[in-house]
Design a protein around this ligand. Sequence first.
Ligand SMILES: NC(=O)c1ccc[n+]([C@@H]2O[C@H](COP(=O)([O-])OP(=O)(O)OC[C@H]3O[C@@H](n4cnc5c(N)ncnc54)[C@H](OP(=O)(O)O)[C@@H]3O)[C@@H](O)[C@H]2O)c1
Length: 280
Amino acid sequence: MNIGWIGLGNMGIPMAEQLINAGYQVTVYNRSKAKEAELTKMGALTAETPKALIDKNDVIIIMVSDDEAIKQIFAGDDGLLAAQTSGKIIINMSTVSPSISKEMSQKCRLNGNDYLDAPVSGSVKQAETGQLVIMVGGKRLVYEKVQPILDHLGKLTIHVGDTGAGNTAKLAINSLLALYTQGLAETVLFANQNGIKTEDLLNLINNAAIGNVYTKIKGDAILNQNYKAAFALKHIVKDLKLAKDEGISSPLAKTALQTFENAESEYGEEDLIAIIKALK
Ligand SMILES: NC(=O)c1ccc[n+]([C@@H]2O[C@H](COP(=O)([O-])OP(=O)(O)OC[C@H]3O[C@@H](n4cnc5c(N)ncnc54)[C@H](OP(=O)(O)O)[C@@H]3O)[C@@H](O)[C@H]2O)c1
């Protein structure tokens, strides 16, 4: 299967690289053309538009920011839906709303193409090593056809239900991510305010039952004051808003949305752990 890849951001680049390294012929499209260079150096081809990409490839994988980006990629004269081609499989791995997946899935079906939502848990590090966790919504038979491709991107893929179910599962996971992040930041600040060094506190957390891969990675980021976006703070605001649209209304979820939303104008382009600077 030839693969067309759309979206070369923090996640898209290492994920597309995994597929090139696995031996697939990958053709890339990105809105900002300069980002395609890293992939062409590795042997990727490029396409001028999403329409040109789907014409020439069996499977299209999308990894872009949000619902708006998805609309732009599917719609218009240059969009995926403009192509007169059938029998293709479109896998949307972006974190977007279940409703946009349902809409695009229906439109793809009218063209004789299949759509899966397959968002991922894990960040740049896991993308670079093919260790993502992938949750898939859509027809199981279609998922089974592309499972070998997804196996190069993730260590675990679960088919969780019909179209949009992958997106719903992802929004649930990212709600917890927001709570972890704010919780870790608040805990470090409380300890610091009472004379405990960050290094000591993180050492304790990471060796205790409450420590995990996430507290290690984000703890290191706090210690090194490294706020370069692996997962941009603006994206967790997007996800918490989508979760709210899907009905989450718990006290912690409400607080997290408010906290991250308040920080977005100043820290939106930085990593979500930059919330610690906003809370200081
Ligand atoms: N980073 C993480 O740790 C992580 C983890 C799990 C899931 N995710 C999710 O994965 C998705 C991608 O995340 P990321 O961190 O790779 O984002 P990113 O670095 O911000 O990259 C976003 C990508 O989307 C493209 N894009 C944005 N708006 C567009 C539009 N209107 N039309 C066409 N293309 C558009 C960008 O193109 P340009 O280059 O032209 O701007 C870029 O390729 C998001 O849904 C995010 O929530 C991220």
